[in-house]
Design a protein around this ligand. Structure first.
Ligand code: UD1
Length: 422
C-alpha cells in the first residue's frame, strides 16, 4: 500500500491543468454499452475507478481500450451481461452498467455494490425506476437480476425520484433512451455530470428534453449509434487545487476548466477571503491573509457539493474564527475529522454538524486517508504543516485524482510517494 510523505510548509502556487471528471467519465463509459457502432471518448482521466469500469465492460466481451486520454469502444462482440462482485465491490458506480444492459439487451446481472465508508448508499431508487419501466427485478445471492418485460424492451413511464440521486438519474436516463415510448422523470439530479451524460446520449441519437432541469423527458428510440465526445472538466479536482491557495496564502491557476461548474464553491472561497478571477476555461484563486470562517451546508447541485466538504473544512481549520459544516447528503462523511484533529485542528462533530474552531496552523503528524475526497483535505493540510507528515492508505486518492503527486509538485508541494512493498 502506497503512502505519501509530505514535508511542509509549502506555499501552494502555480498553474495546473484539470483532467476530465471522474464522475462524468464513469456514466459516459457505461453509456457506451448502448451504441451499436463504435464510440470514442476523449479527456478520460487515468484513474483506478476508470480502469475498474473498463475492466468490467471488457469482461462482457466488449472491445474497449484506453490509449492516453481516449477510450474507444465497440460492443459488437458482447457475449454476457454480467458484472461480478469482485469488481463491483471496489466501486459503487459499477451499478451504472445495469441501465444500459437492461435497456439494450433486455437482461442484466449485476452485483449489489453494498455499503461504503461514507454511508450505506442504497440503490433502491435505481431499481424502483426500472420496475416502473416494467422490469422484473430480483436480488439473489448479492446480485441484482433484472429482466425487461416481454418483447425485451423497457416501457416508458412517469417516475419521480424520492430523493435527488446522481447515479439513479444517470442509470435511468440511460435506460429510458431505448425504452418503448416516452419516459418523464421528476426530481432529477442537476449535477453537471448528469448534463454531460445527457448531452452524450443526444450525440448518440437519443431524444431528451429538459436537460439540466429537474424534469427530463426521454422519448425512446429503436437504436443508438456511436459518437465522438469529450468528458467535461473535473469540478472537484479544480476546487481541490484552488483550495490549496486558500490554505497557504497561495496563488493557483487551474486551466481547462470552467467557473460555471463550481459557482457555489467559488462563492464560498470568496467569502473566505480569496480573490477569484475567471476566464472562459480557467479559474485563479489568490489569497493574501488568513482565511475567514465559513458556514457550509452540503446540498444537491446547484447547492454546495458534498465532494468539496472535506477540502473546505481543511481551509476552515486554520481560519480566523469558528465555522460550521452541515452534511446533508451522506450520513458518515466526517471521517476526516479525527485525522484533521491529529494534524492540530479543533473540530467537534454532533450528528450531521461539525463545528470547526480555527487554529493558527496545522502541525505535522502521521494520518490515514479515509475516503477519496477526505484524502485530499489531509494532503493539503499536511502541505501547510511544518515538518513531515506521512499519509497512509492513499489508494483512495488514486481513485479520483489523476497524476496527483506531479500536479501537486508543480504547485510547490514537497510530496513523495513511498511504496511500502519496496
Ligand atoms: C455521486 C458521486 C459522488 C457524490 C454524490 C453526491 C459519482 C460516481 N459519484 O454518487 O462523488 O458524492 O453523487 O453528489 O458520480 N440514495 C438512496 N437510494 C438510491 C440512491 C441514492 O437512498 O437509490 C441516497 C444515498 O445514500 C445518498 C444520496 O441519496 O445519501 C445521494 O446519493 P447519489 O446522488 O445517488 O450519489 P452517487 O450517485 O452514489
Amino acid at each position: 500500500m502506497d503512502q505519501f510523505l509530505i514535508t511542509g510548509s509549502s506555499r501552494i502556487a502555480g498553474e495546473v491543468t484539470i483532467s476530465g471528471a471522474k464522475n462524468a467519465a464513469l456514466p459516459l463509459l457505461a453509456a457506451m454499452i448502448l451504441a451499436e457502432t463504435s464510440t470514442t471518448l476523449h479527456n478520460v482521466p487515468s484513474l483506478q475507478d476508470v480502469r475498474t469500469l473498463i475492466k468490467l465492460i471488457a469482461g462482457m466481451g466488449i472491445k474497449i481500450e484506453k490509449q492516453g486520454d481516449t477510450v474507444t469502444c465497440d460492443t459488437k462482440s458482447i457475449d454476457n451481461f454480467y458484472a461480478p462482485y469482485d469488481l463491483v465491490k471496489t466501486m459503487r458506480a459499477s451499478i451504472l452498467v445495469l441501465g444500459p444492459l437492461l435497456a439494450r439487451f433486455g437482461e442484466a446481472e449485476v452485483s449489489l455494490p453494498g455499503g461504503c465508508a461514507i454511508g450505506s448508499r442504497p440503490v433502491d431508487q435505481h431499481l424502483k425506476a426500472f420496475e416502473a419501466m416494467g422490469a422484473e427485478i430480483s436480488v439473489e445471492n448479492g446480485y441484482v437480476k433484472a429482466k425487461a418485460p416481454k418483447g425485451g424492451k423497457l416501457i416508458g413511464c412517469k417516475f419521480s425520484f424520492d430523493m435527488v440521486t446522481v447515479g439513479g438519474t444517470e442509470n435511468v436516463i440511460i435506460a429510458a433512451t431505448l425504452a418503448k415510448g416516452t419516459t418523464v422523470l421528476g426530481n432529477c439530479a442537476l449535477e453537471p455530470e448528469v448534463v454531460d451524460l445527457a448531452n452524450m446520449l443526444v450525440a448518440m441519437g437519443a431524444k431528451i428534453s429538459g436537460i439540466g432541469t429537474s424534469i427530463m423527458t426521454i422519448e425512446g428510440v429503436e437504436r443508438l449509434h456511436g459518437c465522438e465526445y469529450s468528458v467535461v472538466a473535473d469540478r472537484v479536482e479544480t476546487g481541490s487545487y484552488l483550495a490549496g491557495a486558500l490554505m497557504t496564502r497561495g496563488d493557483v491557476l487551474t486551466k481547462k476548466t470552467s467557473a460555471l461548474l463550481l459557482t457555489p464553491v467559488l462563492e464560498k472561497f470568496e467569502d473566505m477571503g480569496a480573490v477569484i478571477t475567471t476566464g472562459d476555461d480557467w479559474i485563479r484563486a489568490q489569497m493574501k491573509g488568513r482565511p475567514l470562517p465559513v458556514d457550509i451546508r452540503t446540498q444537491p447541485h446547484p447547492g454546495f457539493p458534498t465532494d468539496m466538504q472535506a477540502q473546505v473544512m481543511a481551509i476552515s481549520c486554520i481560519a480566523d474564527g469558528t465555522s460550521t459544516f452541515i452534511e446533508n447528503i451522506f450520513e458518515n462523511r466526517f471521517m476526516h475529522v479525527p485525522e484533521l484533529n491529529r494534524l492540530g485542528a479543533s473540530i467537534q462533530v454532533d450528528g450531521h454538524t461539525a463545528v470547526v474552531k480555527g487554529v493558527e496552523s496545522f502541525t505535522a503528524a502521521p494520518v490515514m486517508a479515509t475516503d477519496l475526497r477526505a484524502s485530499m483535505s489531509l494532503v493539503m493540510a499536511a502541505a501547510t504543516a511544518e515538518g513531515e507528515s506521512l499519509i497512509d492508505r492513499i489508494y483512495h486518492i488514486d481513485r479520483g485524482y489523476e497524476d496527483v503527486e506531479n500536479k501537486l509538485r508543480s504547485l510547490g508541494v514537497n510530496i513523495e510517494r513511498i511504496n511500502t512493498n519496496d
